[in-house]
Design a protein. Structure first.
Lengths: 391, 391
């Protein structure tokens, strides 16, 4: 048996960061920026009015001051002459503060008569002018790698980028194997069950940024498995689910080996999810996950998402945080245990049954409690390491 | 001026929950389940072996017990005859525990000689049989509405659903208006800026489940705005950005009114984002957001995402949680203030400049500190209400 850390290191060795591709800004959200980009101009590109009002040359205008209005500066339609003492320019939010102006007096503090304005009201102390480059300066870097959210998209748009270099999506082929499997919606004969974990894993990996091909169900025959593996051609990562334990009917290792894959079989000291196949064929990484639904999904969180993140150029390891236990835990056995747990009132509590076949318990869980091998019993309130489950 | 609560109530009144549509399971992740669905069979559908080994009729097999192997039960290939005392069936994980069997002895605890097995080892106390319906029973409900995550998908697959009724995606048309705007990547002439908030808002709304049409930039003319508004036809929600304040160049209200929209102009007592247009034309909801980039994005979080959630059948209001302040706050003015803030070491701290034009500060923020009108100054450690910003 190898440890989870050893298994993770081995799996991460199977993949490399992927190349970049350019995508339009409208398709960049959720993608990982591949390299730092620079602002193409100052933002604002000029001293800009923050209000609707009158731009004047005085830095300290006072109630009663009188100015002559000599023109108008609107957003996109600047006033191009300089403004000198005693002069004002009608101005709107976002417009260039004309050369020589130091303050924008808001229109509520002005009474206008023809081309003459008189200041009144309780003039504020601010200039109401946003200085050029106050948000960012031309050449300022937006750092990479970074998964782009909506606010990043707004900022990168403002920086002048219509397209962005993002990391290519990892392509993943998922193969569920087993004579007992039927597709969701198909009627079940005795002994049959509905294939489920591939659907869940596909959704999990797609949410992380992968492009997933869910292959047709394979039967437990050399021929069926061999055909299915050929359908996985071209994927960066091939995942089989089921057939990775030591049963007489577990043919995946044999068929994958026949296909030339340099495979290693590992028993990982973890619950759920002990058996794991892993190897490499040329550019393809290959991982065989156990068939129990919960095992497959937990292995997805612990092993497969980190592989995707490495391919995407992101920090691979799952983020662990500490949270008080809402109920005690008995001592753990010799394997690292990822217990399905719910969070309530800021504390986590393991769900009652940890059987690795129970998808209903997994679906209702919020996080995985991470228990090292031989962890002693823990009391309520103990600060427990947990990994948040992805939606 | 109306309060944020009044504005929210008014905006939510403009939209209704949308109808449902059936989608394949592979396209259901991230969608909102429209109505509860039931499990189509028990899971497991039968008493199933949890291990590879031998199924025997004894509930308490002991070391030294001898059984005669009369057949094999594999996943998908059941053994159909009953098993009586003294008999055993070779069995594999996931296979039906044949009629009459009460325990699966794992293969490591068995020595086999022809069709005779002798138990040995330290037999565990468990049956190694997963009872039928142990995960869920036929007819058990999966509740709606619920946004479906990957674990939900796995569970719904196991429940036998190849397609699911989900709420139709809200369609949103976004129109950025302003003579000063150029698309990202286009060169800027004096007085021009790059359009950004529509791109950020589109990404934000898409992440919540909307289908967004970003319309061509409109100029500040009646003709240009009127044409752009016609391009918004058919959308559930039309959003304009910019042109909603009181400046001479703000034509959106006029043009929308000419188009027959029953519009109301509101000054909302909030920072950032005071001006707001809202109304309805037949089936379409219409909202005009302020043009400052940060205002538009914050209004997206506070007003538009709740509208989408109502259309999706979800609880509309932003989730507020309490978090200690990492730095003091001065007293708030008469408007509700959504301060951009960062979270570090479990405490939140307002970013230094709260100017509503600074996208760089918004992009680096984690949450919005929600300050009610006239909130007094607050000390470090005060439990502050915050709204997490969407990515």
């Amino acid at each position: 048996m190898i440890t989870v850390e050893q298994a993770t290191a081995h799996l991460l060795d199977l993949v490399d960061p992927l190349s970049a591709e350019d995508v339009g800004l409208r398709h960049a959200a959720g993608r990982v920026l591949a390299q730092a980009v620079q602002a193409r101009h100052d933002q604002p590109p000029f001293d800009a009015s923050a209000m609707d009002g009158y731009a004047v040359s005085s830095a300290k205008p006072a109630p009663g001051d009188i100015f002559r209005v000599i023109g108008e500066s609107a957003a996109g339609r600047p006033f191009s002459a300089p403004v000198t003492e005693g002069e004002a320019v009608r101005i709107f939010t976002g417009a260039i503060a004309p050369e020589g102006t130091k303050t924008v007096v808001i229109q509520e503090d002005v009474s206008r008569d023809g081309d003459r304005i008189t200041l009144s009201g309780n003039l504020g102390s601010g200039s109401n002018i946003r200085p050029a480059a106050g948000d960012f300066a031309k050449g300022e870097a937006f750092a990479a790698p970074r998964r782009l959210g909506s606010r990043d998209i707004a900022l990168l748009a403002a920086m002048g980028h219509g397209t962005l270099p993002v990391v290519r999506r990892p392509t993943v082929a998922i193969l569920m194997t087993g004579d007992e499997l039927r597709n969701p919606g198909e009627a079940l004969d005795p002994g049959q069950i509905t294939a489920s974990n591939g659907y869940g894993l596909a959704a999990m990996l797609e949410a992380e940024g992968a492009e997933v091909r869910l292959l047709p169900l394979a039967r437990d025959t050399v021929q069926s498995l061999a055909m299915a593996l050929r359908l996985a051609g071209g994927a960066d990562l091939v995942i089989t689910i089921g057939g990775a334990s030591v049963g007489d009917h577990d043919l995946v290792a044999q068929v994958a080996g026949d296909a030339g894959l340099d495979l290693a079989f590992h028993k990982v000291a973890m619950r759920p999810g002990k058996p794991l196949l892993a190897g490499r064929l040329g550019e393809q990484a290959f991982v065989g996950l156990p068939g129990n639904p919960v095992s497959a999904m937990v292995c997805g969180v612990i092993f497969i998402l980190p592989m995707l993140r490495k391919m995407l150029g992101l920090a691979p390891d799952p983020v662990t945080r500490l949270m008080p236990l809402g109920a005690p835990l008995t001592a753990n056995g010799p394997r690292q245990h990822y217990m399905r747990a719910r969070v309530e009132a800021g504390a986590c509590r393991a769900v009652t049954s940890q059987d690795s076949a129970l998808l209903s318990r997994l679906a209702s869980a919020d996080c995985l409690i991470v228990r090292p091998p031989n962890d002693p019993s823990r009391e309520t309130g103990f600060l427990q390491a947990v990994i948040d489950l992805p939606d």
